[in-house]
Design a protein around this ligand. Structure first.
Ligand code: NAP
Length: 295
């Protein structure tokens, strides 16, 4: 399955940070990385839920886990985490952006749309941008940033073909374009124009739940990962190496998807595999089941 694995390069001195990790796929990502002997920072927005998660891992025998609060929607909180990471570890090797929320089950409204995009898109950018300087220069094979995205962000759900053309132009996609794509969606929601044919209607692809904004947010993070890859290649070629990937965990049974068909162990597998093995042929791309997926 998948590509050739590189030799084991990680140890207890390897530091990974996972967002939204008090439960669900994020918690399991922490557990699997800790099982590899890596030092893992479990972050959660709620200190009590975070402490309970750490307690449960320690009871399972993992002493190589640590906690810090992180509300991905707050720049103050992200800055506090960055400062603590710098003081505690000096640098990190792996960042996994996992925190995410779903649409309002009653349909699209502006307030919820803003909050879904703030958590699933803008926060991923803010966390990544703030922690980027902490990523180690000398992680073997390069430091790694993984974004937990979704197949709901694949472009077959997006009817506007002009957007599809620009978003799939991997070499030229920019963060500014992705921002403008997201902001246009929010403008259309604000004006009541979001259901006029430009934006994903996943009921046409067999989804019962209204997941329009969620789909836009996942399209945006997948495109952001490509854009970030381009930025990093341009900025850091020969200087500091950081490998970025997006990943769909599959339809996983969690509080976010109670009818999911995969276990959290299965859902965490690909993000963890990417963090450990960083396949060179997939830089900036979307993965599922350890395989490159079409955007
Ligand atoms: P989950 O069990 O609901 O977990 C979501 C996690 O994100 C929770 O820890 C939650 O914290 C956290 N979170 C939400 N907003 C946050 C914020 N502002 N700051 C920090 N943490 C925040 O859902 P999951 O299924 O594990 O989802 C994890 C990721 O996988 C998400 O990005 C999701 O979109 C993606 N995904 C899931 C599926 C699936 O089938 N489950 C499929 C595709 C993609 P609280 O406990 O405090 O709310």
């Amino acid at each position: 399955m998948g590509q050739q694995a590189e030799a084991k390069w990680w140890s207890k001195d390897t530091v990974a940070v996972v967002t939204g990790a008090n439960k669900g796929i994020g918690f399991e990502i922490v557990r699997q990385l800790a099982k590899e002997g890596i030092t893992v920072v479990l972050t959660a927005r709620d200190a009590t839920r975070g402490a309970e998660a750490i307690e449960s891992l320690k009871k399972q025998g993992f002493q190589n886990v640590n906690f810090h609060t992180l509300d991905v929607g707050s720049q103050e909180s992200i800055d506090a985490l960055a400062e603590w990471l710098h003081t505690t570890y000096g640098a990190i090797d792996i960042l996994i952006n996992n925190a995410g929320i779903l649409d309002d089950p009653n349909g699209v409204n502006l307030e919820i749309a803003k909050s879904v995009l703030a958590t699933n898109y803008f926060a991923v950018k803010n966390v990544t941008k703030t922690l980027l300087p902490l990523l180690r220069d000398d992680t073997p094979g390069g430091a790694r940033v993984i974004v937990v995205a979704s197949r709901l962000g694949q472009l077959k759900g997006l009817p506007n073909k002009d957007y599809v053309t620009t978003l799939t132009d991997r070499e030229h996609i920019t963060e500014d374009f992705v921002d403008s794509f997201v902001n246009k969606y929010l403008e259309d929601v604000a004006n009541g124009n979001h259901n006029k044919g430009d934006w994903p209607d996943l009921t046409k692809l067999g989804w019962e739940a209204p997941v329009e904004t969620y789909a836009v947010s996942k399209i945006a993070v997948i495109a952001y990962v490509s854009a970030l890859h381009n930025t990093l290649v341009a900025r850091h070629e020969g200087e500091k190496k950081i490998n970025v990937f997006s990943s769909c965990p599959g339809h996983v049974r969690t509080d976010l998807a109670p009818n999911g068909i995969k276990t959290v162990e299965e859902g965490a597998d690909t993000p963890v595999w990417l963090a450990l093995h960083s396949p060179k042929e997939g830089l900036g791309k979307l993965y599922g089941e350890r395989t490159i997926l079409d955007f």
